[in-house]
Every structure is written in C-alpha cells, then in structure tokens.
Design a protein around this ligand. Structure first.
Ligand code: GGG
Length: 348
C-alpha cells in the first residue's frame, strides 16, 4: 500500500491539506497516510522545524503532501530554527532538485486574472524551478565592514552538474508539450547565469527537436504580463523561479490555484501549493484549497502512476470552477471547506 506523508505545516497549511486529503479519500485508492509536524508547528511541538521523526516519515514515504510553512512568531529565531528551513531541508535531504510549477488559466477565471481576459486566456505553461542550489543554499552570513557597518551576504552559486540535470528536466518536459523551452537567467550580469546559459546550450545538443530560447529574468517578468502566451516551458534557477511563478500565478487568477511537484527522478516527490502559510487568514476558512488539491493530483500522476485518478481530480476542480465555485481570492465567498465540497460534488 503506497504511503503518503502528510505534512500540514503552519497557517492555512492544515486547512488546505485537509481538503486535499478528503478528495484523495473520496477516490478510495487504497493509500496509507502518516501525518507529521513541520515548520513553526514542529518548532513549537518538537523544538525544531524539521524534527528527526518527520524526516524519518518523509524518507520512508512514497510521496509527501506538504501544506505551507511560515509563522510570524518565529521571525526572531535563529535562521536554522525558522519554519522555512523545513521545506529547504526536505528538498535538500531528499535531493528534490526539480520543481514543476504548472500555471494555466482555468475556465471561467479570466475575471480573476490580473491581466486582460484575452491575454490571460493564453496562459498554459510549466515553470521549472531548480530547488537545490542558488542563494538559498550558498554560504550566508552577517559581518561588519572595516568602517563598522553591518553587511549581509548570500553566496549565489551553481555548478555545471546542477545546471545540466535541471536543464534536462526542462528539455524532457518541453518534449512532451510544445517542444519550446525558454531558459531564464541574468547572464549579462551574473557569473552563475553565464555558466547556466553555457551549460543549457551544451545540453541542448541532446535535444535537437526542442526549440531553445534564452531570456533575461527582468525581461521574462515583463513578458509574463505583456504576452504570457509565448511561454510553454520555462527553466530557471531557484530564486528566479520562486519569483516568476508567484507572478505567473496572479496572471492565472490567484496564487491559490498553482500546485507544484518537487522531483528527483526516483519517483518519490514532494507536492505542495506554491503559496505560503498566509498567517493573516489562517483558521478563518478563507484559503483556496485548489492548489493543494491539484498538488494531490500531481502526486498521483508523478509518484504513483495513477493518471486516471489524477485526471479525475483535475476535471473535478475545473467543473467546480465552471459551476461558479469561488473562494475570496477568486472573487467569491465560499469557505475552504465549501470549496472542497464543490470539488467533491464534481468528483461524484
Ligand atoms: N507551500 C509553499 C511554502 O510553504 N512556502 C513557504 C516557503 O518558505 N517557501 C520557500 C520556497 O519555496 O523556497
């Protein structure tokens, strides 16, 4: 029986993972679940954002369904104890280096998009974010300059193997879509980006059927708003991918709509909404559970090979939205539970 680790985390994490779990249960797929604390919740219960018992379940599980981490009560903790270290730690420990973030406009959400309907309608892309390198994992610290001023630093680095493996995920993803890959970097300024671009070009020799383009990240941010329909698959680094996918989500209606899969090629994966813990609305039933429900669909597809069940979930989310079901982020008034109910009704 496949084991799913459920890691609800902080803020709205428990509310949205509960809805995804209800949808999985309704499909009666014979899955086994184990829940474990993570993030600020784990700091308060176990004294660490990623306790050994949570890591043990994560390593044993076939796949992980993750909610969100982040808690303002932890803002003044030392960095290694902050909730965000849990997700970074899981990605590193499990070597989950490839983050697939599909962004598309679901039918009827044109009015929720930050863009004009005719522009928003063309959004259907996958942003592939590298997850194990970049400023997130480089040396960081705080020092005092010779003139006595405080100076913070985060080293940005990528080696060629890290770039090559994520580039291959980009090309392979493009191969099963529209055969167009856009690599996003800042090669006119950053040494890491120059290496990124050189290595992506080297890897492209293995994929002669894929049309490769390059774009500077500042231009990509602008093009996402001006003409998002030009993008099919984007491959980029950890920091740029984090930012661009949040931007793409608002173009596609709401950050509450974007799921993600963090993969390493072994079949094991961590699945989570791209949104954070949203402490301002936690516990109020205002969160949109769709991104987490869609992340559960990705889990079934990528880790368990249950494509038919994944298709059913995606079709049910679409049908619920078409029927007018909307949480506040989409301009509606349904609660998190009611949105989950709408998806369950469409699943039946
Ligand atoms: N579900 C996503 C989440 O919890 N995000 C909070 C966070 O700390 N994210 C860091 C990152 O995605 O790099």
């Amino acid at each position: 029986m496949p084991l799913i680790a459920i890691l609800p985390g902080d803020g709205i994490g428990p509310e949205v993972t509960a809805e995804a779990r209800r949808v999985l249960d309704a499909l009666d797929l014979g899955l086994d679940y184990e829940e474990a604390p993570v993030g600020g919740a784990a700091y308060f219960s176990d004294g660490h954002p990623l306790p050994a018992r949570t890591l043990e379940v994560a390593k044993r599980a076939d796949a992980l369904l993750f909610g969100a981490v982040g808690d303002p009560r932890c803002d003044n903790l030392e960095r290694h104890l902050r909730p965000e270290q849990a997700i970074l730690g899981l990605r590193k420990e499990l070597e989950l280096f490839a983050n697939l973030r599909p962004a598309r406009l679901f039918p009827g959400l044109e009015d929720a998009s930050a863009l004009k309907p005719e522009v928003a309608g063309a959004i259907d892309m996958v942003i592939i974010r590298e997850l194990n390198g970049d400023v997130y994992f480089g040396e960081k610290g705080m020092r005092t300059t010779a003139s006595g001023r405080r100076e913070g630093y985060d080293i940005m680095s990528y080696n060629e193997d890290e770039v090559a493996r994520i580039a291959r995920v980009g090309f392979e993803t493009a191969r099963v879509r529209n055969k167009k890959l856009c690599s996003v970097d800042k090669a006119n300024v950053l040494e890491t980006s120059q290496l990124w671009r050189d290595v992506v070009i080297e890897v492209s020799a293995e994929f002669p059927d894929i049309e490769l383009t390059h774009m500077y990240v500042d231009n990509a941010a602008m093009q996402l708003v001006r003409n998002p329909g030009q993008f099919d698959v984007i491959v980029t680094g950890n920091l740029f991918g984090d930012i661009l996918s949040d931007q793409a989500s608002m173009c596609a209606g709401s950050i509450g709509m974007l799921p993600s899969a963090a993969l390493n090629g072994s079949g094991k994966g961590l699945y989570e909404p791209i949104h954070g813990s949203a402490p301002d609305i936690a516990g109020q039933g205002k969160a949109n559970p769709c991104a987490t429900i869609l992340s559960a669909a990705m889990l079934l597809r990528y880790s368990l090979g249950m494509d038919a069940a994944a298709d059913r979930i995606e079709a049910a989310v679409t049908a619920a939205l078409v029927s007018g079901a909307r949480t506040p982020d989409l301009g509606g008034s349904l609660t998190t539970r009611e949105m989950g109910d709408a998806v369950l009704k469409a699943l039946a």
